[in-house]
Write a protein that binds this ligand. Sequence first.
Ligand code: PHE
Length: 338
Amino acid sequence: IKQETLHALDQAQDLRAWDSVRVSALGKSAPLVQKLKELGKVEPELRKERGRVLNELRNELTKAIEIRKAILEEKALNEKLNAEAVDVSMPVSVVKGTLHPLQRTIEEIVAIFAAMNFKVAEGPNIDTDWFNFSALNIDENHPARADHDTFYLPSKSTDEQQLLLRTQTSTVQIRTLLEQEPPIRIIAPGRTYRADHDATHSPMFHQCEGMVVEKNITLGHLKGCLVDFLRAFFGIPNLPVRFRSSYFPFTEPSMEIDIGWNRKTGELGGGSDWLEILGAGMMHPRVLANCGVDPREWQAFAFGVGIERLTMLKYGIADLRSFYEGDVRWLRYYGFPP
Ligand code: PHE
């Protein structure tokens, strides 16, 4: 019986076969069990010895059966896991997502300025007249207001302020000055809005603002910072950069910044033509004072740059409108990673 059962157990390759071995070895009608039942009829002299042998055999078989069960259960589990295994290296979908070129530019700008210790700051797209204009030294009758083609909201804020879609990220200069103590170094990428629509203007576009408020900050720091940024962003170490005097109500002196390029070939860095790319200046003392910062103690510079414009120049994108059309082929072509 022992040899037969052990052999049968060995042969059993799954739990079902194992169970029939178990039943025929230890079930009600198994010879061993029958013999145990009949022990009572055996003569007393023989009973003790026979009982010992039979019980020993039963224990031995019970143990062997349990061991075989554990082995087969593990085998069954492994087979199940193998059958259900997911190959995580298989491509899930043929269509891979990419970063939108504008997002890619924003991330590149953030990385370049992060290396110069700038933190990212934010402000709301819907803001008040005061943050967008008045605090920036553009009061109600200032002609600069007319240039901005502002989208005004029909309703007022809870404190009766005129609401609008911000026309420039310069609002974040004000918000940051009111929230943080100098010294401050921030950049603020975000959406901006102006009522204008053609091949080079979109009613929604993106800007990135930058602001540094520290002691003894000069125009020299502003120039060095922006030259470093432009050369790093375009990846052209000797990119010509020109600072040209200009006007913004919130900076004094103000300047516009051009980079050298070749108008005929579109090549950046080469040629003798100039392309305007940035607005900047030393922050107007009145703007600092509007935010409770003493301009005799703190000096500051600020700059603003168009994200679409930077991106178009870097990748040779011709029409601004393609940024917002969501054409997957276009996105895939300019997207990142490719
Ligand atoms: N806000 C200006 C614009 O939208 C750019 C700018 C920002 C200029 C900061 C000077 C300083 O044109």
